[in-house]
Design a protein around this ligand. Sequence first.
Ligand code: DAH
Length: 360
Amino acid sequence: MSDFSSLEQETLAAIDAAADETALEAVRIAALGKKGTISALLSGLGKLPPEARKEQGAAINLLKEKVTAALALRRAGLKEAALQARLAAETLDVTLPARVSPLDLGRLHPISQVTDELAAIFAEMGFSIAEGPDIETDDYNFGKLNFPPDHPARDMHDTFFLAAGASGERKVLRTHTSPVQVRTMLTQKPPIRVICPGRTYRCDSDQTHTPMFHQVEGLVIDKQANLGHLKWILQEFCKAFFEVADVKMRFRPSFFPFTEPSMEVDIQCSRKGGEIRFGEGEDWLEILGCGMVHPNVLRNCGLDPDVYQGFAWGIGIDRIAMLKYGMPDLRAFFEADIRWLTHYGFRPFDVPTLLSGLSN
Ligand code: DAH
């Protein structure tokens, strides 16, 4: 019987010595590949006489089995070692503090945040957003809103007028978002439910006034919209916006040319310790103007006041932002001071929704 023990020893030693899976594969091919040593022995069997063939065949097959088993064992060992090495090399220390990326440093301006909050609240109530230009015609800003020509209410707005164009028409920087009501009624059929957030301009500047500021207009027009609906909407809005369970509101008679009756709305608050809190206290704070849309305005916008009626309101966005987030000076809003923005700004990916919370 032929002795294959030296071939066996060599091959098993080579298997043991293989440092990685590539080296091991080379050993396998050298022994069991088409031209491998063991394969050669097997194919040589045919030339042997039957007796010798039987004997040698058994011995070669035994050798082949041993080598195959040793290869499998070594392969498993190498795989495991490779995995362990990789795990060790790719260890992640989750206790390390996160590196600050530019995305973490960016902040949304409180005005953008509050505008998003308003949109989230009113979207939930079925409102869509309407927009208009900052440079507005005198007619849309005043005329169609029932301001008579030369009426002192126009002065009340401290209007910025632009130089007259070729036609002699003098445009204005819109003094309020109410002209977007006009644009909406002229282009959409009732029922209408829109809010119109945007920039507005008046020649005025002190701690609570800046020449450019922001308003959000609300407009509802259909056949039955009434003051009861308006009250409910404003109540729900205030609760959602200020994130309190209840707010007391007070509707005072007022005057706007474009609403009849007109009202101003105060909400109850406490001013204890110089800090304003809603849902408690005995003080009142004015936050918005509102009323039933004046029949003249409906008529000016092509709607029949005998068929349609509705209500509108206007809120100063900057003002409610200051109230909600305790920012004392409006002028800081527009100074682009990165330290102020870092302190008062909002993380851009924390999108406000009623479900997940508006401001956290
Ligand atoms: N446009 C008014 C202003 O700027 C605010 C306002 C009051 C808007 C009453 C309205 C409203 O829609 O009904 O002072």
